[in-house]
Design a protein. Structure first.
Length: 382
């Protein structure tokens, strides 16, 4: 088996819903990280074997194989193929895992894994119509949406509203501190947008972070999904727009093209989990990725556990014995936002930058996924 190396990773800022990226077409948004990878690394684009693009809401402006549309809109050679992948919230990470797997199998030499979600222009669930499958209902008559699943998760693991709000507040403060410290600057690609006066400006930083957040303020918010529940807009992920891309190469191609690998892909995993509670997948996926890597949880220097809801990292840390000091140290979905299909690529990007900043060796990135799945990736800084 061959090694798959991460050469570079970039992303757009996350734009809040109906915010500054509202004027940008989803396909055009995807071109920013693609063009940045090409420019920053001076790669011969005709040698790219494939572009794998995670996107959840594949309808409207994100329909018609948005991945291929993005490659063409970016001006890449027509010989470069692309595919669009949907594993719900794990779509971007799955796009990465597929590209890495192809390189490890010796079938690809140079690939780009990307993710996109414009949640303003293609709202969540806008791709769903009609009745749920009768056979699915017969198998699982008590399925719920993810918000209610988060309520079930918190109830099952005895998480209080105070615990969730405390975690959410910490996420906001960590993200604000990371922004102030310039920790995201290495990978951020500014995006042109049209403001309310019709003038062109650039979005250069994540737009959804709320540095003035307090636990007391979060406690005033009403539950969203269940009367008397614990899940609020403040301890759930922010709805945002964004895109990201990662350049992967084999050892041979990296040497031939004089590309410096920044990290090695160590192991990957995807699992099914109970579809009603649906948010426990990161536990089993992380265990499987660790087993495949021959590592234990204590050897992981940095964890990125997607903050779809504050309950998810809290439960995952509890079940895997992960100290809070190693998890989501620069914020996460609650503070920075969760652009569905792009998030997995962004988390790998953030993990790589943080490993390099902190000097850590291993990072584990994991996400919960709708309908009960989990996905995980372990990378090693070089």
């Amino acid at each position: 088996m061959h090694n798959a190396y991460i050469i570079d990773a970039v992303r757009t800022p996350r734009g809040k819903r109906k915010g500054k990226l509202s004027s940008v077409h989803p396909v055009d948004l995807l071109t920013y990280p693609l063009q940045a990878l090409a420019t920053r690394n001076n790669i011969p684009l005709e040698q790219v074997d494939d572009v794998t693009v995670g996107c959840v809401t594949q309808t409207g402006e994100q329909g018609w194989c948005v991945g291929r549309a993005g490659v063409l809109a970016a001006g890449w050679p027509i010989s470069v193929p692309a595919t669009t992948i949907n594993r719900l919230c794990g779509s971007g990470q799955q796009a990465f895992n597929f590209a890495a797997t192809a390189i490890m199998a010796g079938q690809y030499q140079l690939a780009v894994a990307s993710g996109l979600e414009h949640m303003t222009r293609c709202p969540m669930f806008s791709d769903i119509s009609g009745e749920i499958s009768p056979k699915l209902k017969a198998q699982y008559p008590d399925l719920v949406q993810q918000g209610m699943a988060a309520e079930l998760l918190a109830e099952h693991f005895n998480l209080s509203r105070a615990q969730l709000d405390e975690y959410a507040c910490a996420s906001q403060l960590r993200a604000a501190a990371a922004q102030a410290d310039g920790r995201f600057a290495k990978s951020l690609v500014p995006v042109d947008y049209t403001d309310e006066h019709g003038q062109t400006s650039k979005l250069t930083a994540d737009e959804a972070v709320r540095p003035a957040t307090t636990v007391e303020g979060l406690a005033q918010l009403k539950p969203v999904f269940k009367e008397g529940g614990v899940i609020t807009a403040g301890n759930a992920s922010s709805i945002v727009d964004g895109a990201a891309a990662i350049l992967l190469a084999s050892e041979r191609t990296a040497t031939t093209l004089n590309l410096r690998p920044r990290a090695r892909v160590v192991s990957m995993s995807q699992v099914g989990s109970p579809p009603r509670i649906m948010l426990t997948g990161p536990i089993a996926a992380s265990k499987q990725a660790l087993q495949r890597a021959g590592l234990n949880a204590n050897q992981i220097d940095l964890w990125e556990i997607n903050e779809a809801f504050a309950a998810v990292p809290l439960v995952t840390m509890q079940e895997l014995g992960v100290p809070a000091s190693k998890c989501n140290v620069n914020g996460g979905g609650v503070s920075l936002g969760h652009p569905l299909g792009a998030t997995g690529v962004m988390l790998i990007n953030t993990a790589l930058d943080e490993l390099e900043r902190s000097g850590g060796r291993y990072a584990l990135i994991t996400m919960c996924i709708g309908l009960g799945m989990g996905i995980a990736t372990i990378i090693e800084r070089l």
